[in-house]
Write a protein that binds this ligand. Structure first.
Ligand SMILES: Nc1ncnc2c1ncn2[C@@H]1O[C@H](COP(=O)(O)OP(=O)(O)OP(=O)(O)O)[C@@H](O)[C@H]1O
Length: 336
């Protein structure tokens, strides 16, 4: 485990301007991610990405006049987690930034539980300090990993397009990921160049976690095929995100056109490409059942678009079935 001593305050100075600062500055201008004078809550684990994020944002602060604060969530997972939090507190002191830290009452049982708890804490801190933007250090490499991970589990387009530049967490808080413009190899260079005291998380090396195996075993292999594969995979996710958004809009239009109190209009749906039929039927079932339908259920309904009068699907949740009534496809109780 590598714990670097805190460097002297001069090494942590934010006044140097590097090509990394210039790139982030331009990216923020182009994407309007972090408006001038906004209050930013920076989520910092102590790893290389989030420390590099703080360093660059501190450097850009005089140009954008943000008010910056740091938040750390201590999962209590590792024996050194309190020391990690204390290390960050001292660093925030040196950086003269407000520091907020919360420890989990008991260690979360899974990665997913940890993430849920972490975002609850971060949202509460953001509300306390009136910050509308929460900024994380997710990189293009995280985006590449997420794309690969979701592919291995089987995913629809939205899943492959995940890790967006921004995402709404609530009415009052937006999550922003400006570091998607950098790879992990680049944040590693930043850490060296700015002598940032990274606190290495030993669980990142634990190969029992699928994400770690992807990061430590699969991606290095893929980089032998193409050294730029992190960036290419992240760019693919970006293109897919635009296509997913466009398809979602189209789906909503067709759904609204085909829907009436009688059900879904079969002749309207029959004119649409199969991909749109599936999406509209998915939206219809989701609305009717208030839960995400399975692929099999959607496919069954798709067969009903051209099925004879009176045909019906097999039983759906809540003792319901889909039935063909003339030009309409509707859900009714199995008891009717
Ligand atoms: N314990 C935490 N407290 C606050 N923010 C966190 C914490 N863990 C993760 N984050 C935020 O979520 C981002 C992505 O988390 P992830 O687990 O992929 O990274 P990490 O390996 O923990 O650290 P880093 O991304 O800083 O190198 C981090 O960059 C950071 O902004």
């Amino acid at each position: 485990m590598l714990h670097r001593p805190l460097p002297s305050p001069s090494a942590l100075s934010s006044d140097c301007w590097t090509p990394f600062h210039a790139r982030l500055h331009q990216l923020l201008q182009r994407r309007s991610l972090l408006p001038t004078r906004s209050r930013l809550l920076l989520a910092v684990s102590g790893g290389q990405d989030s420390l590099a994020l703080v360093q660059l944002l501190r450097g850009l602060q005089p140009h954008w006049h943000w008010s910056l604060a740091i938040a750390h969530c201590d999962h209590g997972w590792r024996s050194d987690s309190t020391a990690n939090a204390e290390h960050l507190r001292q660093l925030a002191d040196q950086w003269q930034l407000p520091f907020y830290c919360q420890r989990s009452p008991e260690p979360p049982r899974s990665e997913a539980a940890a993430r849920t708890w972490r975002y609850q804490v971060l949202e509460a801190i953001a509300a306390d300090i009136d910050a509308a933007l929460l900024v994380t250090g997710h990189t293009a490499s995280d985006r590449a990993e997420t794309l690969l991970y979701n592919l291995t589990r089987g995913s629809h387009l939205q899943g492959l397009a995940s890790l967006r530049w921004q995402r709404s967490l609530s009415d009052r808080l937006t999550l922003v990921r400006p570091f998607l413009g950098f790879t992990r190899a680049e944040t590693s260079k930043m850490v060296q160049q700015f002598q940032l005291p990274v606190w290495e998380d030993s669980t990142n090396r634990d190969r029992r976690f699928a994400r770690n195996r992807l990061r430590l075993e699969v991606l290095p292999q893929l980089r032998q095929i193409n050294p730029q594969c992190d960036r290419h995979l992240a760019n693919t996710a970006e293109l897919l995100a635009d296509e997913a958004d466009w398809l979602a809009e189209l789906t909503e239009q067709v759904y609204q056109q085909s829907l009436s109190e009688k059900g879904l209009c079969r002749s309207q749906l029959a004119q649409q490409p199969i991909a749109l039929q599936r999406r509209v039927l998915h939206a219809f079932l989701q609305d009717q059942l208030q839960r995400s339908p399975s692929t099999v259920q959607v496919e069954e309904l798709r067969q009903l678009i051209t099925a004879p009068q009176g045909s019906c699907s097999s039983s759906l949740p809540q003792r319901r079935v889909a039935v063909v009534a003339g030009d309409w496809l509707r859900l009714q109780s199995v008891d009717d």
